[in-house]
Design a protein around this ligand. Structure first.
Ligand code: NDP
Length: 387
């Protein structure tokens, strides 16, 4: 029986993953969550998990109590997450949100596992290191972001040297048609109300600001090793086409699917085969039309910032993601206006970009984590100075 672990099992991706895992023959090794102890315990019971881990030590007692008498081991804390990733598993879902997903993902790769990577922040923060670690240990990384899964599927059997460009689509989020002055007043509740996708709170806000697409452009660069100028973003409000690959002969291969993450998760779960996945089948005649437009980088500057990050290289992605995470925390806490998130990130990049080693590739994970910390501190200072 295949051994499977799910990191971030209590989140949107985690719940969808377990829905599919439950339909297969599998031994669930580790499930991890944050503060949603009720759901984590419920999942551990339902899937007879060997181990359940909460990221927060103050949640240990509640989890231990909730799982007493089940035989599921219980652990807590960030080190416990890394130790959980050390348990042999053939297939691991990386679906913790934010840079917190980086260290467990790294550890899982050291087992030579197949890592289904939803946690795009890992590639943005430490892409080259992650890919090198996978190669060193004979591990496989499969994309779970729907756009990257779409590109991956369109590239199957193709000669990578004939790829001219990648096009990843963006719904445009809830503020797609809002003028800049209205976007300036956007609240967290409005930002999480994504028109097409049902996702976690943080990625929903990132979709509204286009920071999600900015992260995805960098993720595509790191995953597929393609030059930044060959990666395009196309606003496609219907979210039916997730990605397209353009080839040397002018042909475009598009990946279409419903706005249901279980397709991309299921693809990764069944890979290298294809298996049945219980998602809605598209009825294109009923849909009638698909529309496209260019992104507006004035109202949504995150995409421009992503291009600057890729031009800088080195640890710019680490700083970019960390600053974005802090700015997002403050927006969610009503301490920062929506457009100020991009302003804060830009200011952090400006402050840090002249620093020693900033544009050099990091030698190890510790160097990355140090930069992550520096950028978080800098973002907090930039925000404090604005108050
Ligand atoms: P959610 O916010 O729904 O879930 C996040 C998960 O991470 C939860 O299990 C949460 O635990 C856990 N978590 C939160 N903070 C920490 C922490 N500091 N340490 C350890 N665990 C933590 O996120 P999503 O499922 O939406 O997204 C997960 C990842 O997948 C993100 O990287 C996102 O960008 C990516 N992704 C998501 C998509 C989607 O459709 N949702 C699509 C493509 C990519 P708890 O809730 O118990 O506190």
């Amino acid at each position: 029986m295949r051994r499977i672990s799910v990191f971030g099992s209590t989140g949107s991706i985690g719940v969808n993953t377990l829905d599919l895992v439950a339909r297969q023959e599998a031994q669930v090794v580790a499930l991890t969550g944050g503060r949603n102890i009720t759901l984590l315990a419920e999942q551990a019971r339902a899937h007879r998990a060997e181990l359940a881990v909460t990221a927060h030590e103050d949640c240990y007692a509640a989890l231990k109590e909730a799982l007493s008498g089940t035989g599921t081991e219980v652990a807590a804390g960030t080190q416990a997450l890394v130790e959980a990733a050390d348990r042999p598993a053939e297939w691991v879902m990386s679906a913790i949100v934010g840079a917190a997903g980086l260290a467990p993902g790294f550890q899982a790769l050291r087992q030579g596992t197949t890592l289904a990577l939803a946690n795009k922040e890992s590639l943005v923060t430490a892409g080259a290191l992650l890919m090198a670690e996978a190669a060193r240990h004979g591990a496989t990384i499969l994309p779970v972001d729907s756009e990257h899964s779409g590109v991956f599927q369109a590239l199957r059997g193709e000669d990578a040297t004939t790829v001219e460009r990648l096009i990843i689509t963006a719904s445009g989020g809830p503020f797609r048609d809002w003028p800049a002055d209205r976007i300036a007043t956007a609240t967290p509740d409005q930002a999480v109300a994504h028109p097409n996708w049902d996702m976690g709170q943080r990625i929903s806000v990132d979709s509204a600001s286009m920071f999600n697409k900015a992260l995805e452009v960098i993720e595509a660069r790191e995953f597929f090793g393609i030059a930044p100028e060959r990666i395009e973003v196309l606003v496609h409000p219907e979210s039916i086409i997730h990605a397209m690959v353009g080839f040397a002969d002018g042909g475009l291969m598009a990946h279409l699917g419903p706005a249901d993450m279980r397709h991309a998760i299921g693809f990764a779960l069944n890979w290298p085969d294809r298996g049945h996945v219980p998602v809605e089948r598209l009825d294109l005649a009923r849909l009638g039309q698909l529309t496209f437009r260019a992104p507006d980088e004035n109202r949504f500057p995150a995409l421009r910032l992503a291009r600057e990050v890729m031009a800088m290289g080195g640890m710019a992605g680490t700083a970019f993601n960390a600053a974005k995470e802090i700015a997002l925390d403050h927006f969610l806490a009503h301490r920062l206006a929506f457009p100020a998130m991009a302003e804060v990130v830009e200011e952090v990049m400006t402050r840090l970009s002249g620093g020693e080693g900033f544009t050099s590739p990091p030698e190890c994970l510790d160097t990355v984590l140090r930069m992550d910390h520096v950028a978080r501190t800098c973002a907090a200072e930039v925000i404090a100075a604005r108050q």
